[in-house]
Ligand binder design. Structure first.
Ligand code: NAI
Length: 400
């Protein structure tokens, strides 16, 4: 694959990276911030960016120019030059614009970003057919070595934090204990379902705001982490064999166990004032943990922030991208919260991405792609290559 070229003088020309303005309607992040342009240049890349790409995250074109990037007027001009396109939401992660965008990508071009390879695998297949090489950041293995490239973790941290702020502003109650001459206010009761990255950050944030916080997860191993952020771990008397996969993620539960879990959890949920939902199993519909019958028993004024709205929601009444009020209970189908904190989310996202691209170069995957590479990070994230969907899990998702 001709990713970089030798110039007439025999000097190896830098590989050309392209960054476009994101087109997902809710997206405000940008894949490369000005502070990282120099890091890319030092690593042997030239950065081409569409004018205005950083605007919604408050990074102006002049900052990119000063950092040494080339700012071009249109996405077409960037794509014409770019050998590798760095994106936040592309392919299946930007379904409404996928057709339009994929038509502009050409064979041999490399796309790196969030592409929803397991949830919407057909877009990966379509890109593969066009000869586009795709690296899916969602498939970054959760191993220590890849921690500084793990965009899902950094973005989930932001989402957990923002979910609590949203809940705080929608709740009719304050979070902290307040003692005044006019009387004492008890702390709000906040319950977080799922103690992964987003859940733990939500617990820590709610705790810092003074709420009384409880956390629940199907994996008993999370008890220690829940307690370490100052929350109380809620254990349900459920017998779940092997709740955890070898990769450290939760396993999907059988239907009967799930129903029992809903009932037992419901007894705790009806006593809460704020509920943050983060329970998820990668590539699967989010577990339905709050059926309508439980919402009907909640007190009016309760706020549910459902972070897994896009994956079906933990609450039966969740509608992605919408806020509904059902019998006095507010249910927020939170979508893309990291984009609502665009400056910091872009700083973290682009740092993860830069670490990933530098890693690909270090292990010999760039500028010339090498399919024989044994590196786990490169192998696990490569989903489309030489006209084929090359990732077994994405292939399996295509067959479902
Ligand atoms: P994670 O995998 O670290 O955590 C998910 C947790 O859910 C795990 O600890 C798992 O054990 C638990 N879980 C799974 N099934 C369960 C069940 N039946 N009962 C109780 N707990 C269960 O994932 P992370 O990074 O914390 O993200 C959580 C979700 O939030 C993901 O779906 C992610 O895509 C989503 N997210 C949403 C955003 C938004 O703006 N709405 C932004 C970022 C992430």
């Amino acid at each position: 694959m001709g990713a970089s070229a030798i110039g007439l003088e025999g000097i190896l020309l830098a590989m050309r990276i392209g960054v476009l303005t994101e087109t997902h309607p809710l997206e405000r992040r940008v894949a490369v911030v000005p502070a990282l342009v120099e890091a890319y240049r030092k690593a042997g890349f030239e950065v081409f960016i569409e004018a205005g790409a950083g605007k919604q995250a408050y990074f102006g074109d002049s900052a990119y120019q000063q950092a040494g990037a080339v700012v071009l007027a249109s996405s077409a001009e960037v794509l014409e030059r770019a050998e590798m396109v760095l994106a936040v939401r592309a392919a299946g992660a930007n379904p409404d614009h996928f057709e339009q965008e994929s038509a502009l990508l050409r064979a041999g071009q490399i796309l790196v970003g969030l592409v929803e390879p397991l949830y919407r695998p057909t877009s990966v297949a379509q890109l593969a057919e066009r000869g586009v090489t795709v690296f899916a950041l969602e498939l970054m293995p959760r191993v220590a070595r890849a921690q500084n490239m793990d965009v899902l973790s950094t973005m989930a941290t932001i989402a957990g934090y923002k979910a609590v702020l949203l809940a705080g502003s929608l709740s009719p109650r304050m979070f902290p204990l307040l003692m005044t001459a006019a009387g004492t206010l008890s702390p709000s009761r906040v319950f977080v379902i799922g103690a992964g990255v987003a859940g733990l950050q939500a617990m820590a944030t709610a705790k810092r705001l003074g709420a009384s916080v409880e956390g629940y997860d199907v994996r008993p191993a999370t008890r220690e982490q829940v307690e370490s952020v100052g929350a109380k771990f809620v254990e349900l008397p459920l017998e779940i064999a092997q709740a955890e996969t070898a990769g450290g993620y939760a396993r999907a539960l059988e239907e009967e166990t799930l129903r029992k879990q809903q009932d037992l959890l419901g007894e705790h949920l009806v006593r809460q004032e704020v509920i943050i939902c983060t329970a998820a199993v990668p590539g699967k519909r989010a577990p339905l943990l709050i059926p309508k019958r439980v919402v009907e028993q909640m007190r009016p004024g309760t706020v549910i922030i459902d972070l897994v709205a896009e994956w079906g929601g933990n609450c039966e009444l969740t509608r992605p991208g919408e806020t509904i009020v059902y019998r006095g209970v507010t249910i927020v189908g939170a979508v893309n919260l990291p984009a609502t904190v665009p400056t910091d989310a872009s700083l973290l996202y682009s740092r993860n991405l830069c670490n990933f691209v530098s890693h690909l170069k270090k292990v010999g995957m760039l500028p010339e792609l090498n399919p024989d590479i044994e590196d786990t990070i490169a192998k696990e994230t490569l989903v489309a290559y030489r006209g084929q969907v090359v990732h077994p899990r994405v292939r399996a998702a295509l067959e479902q």
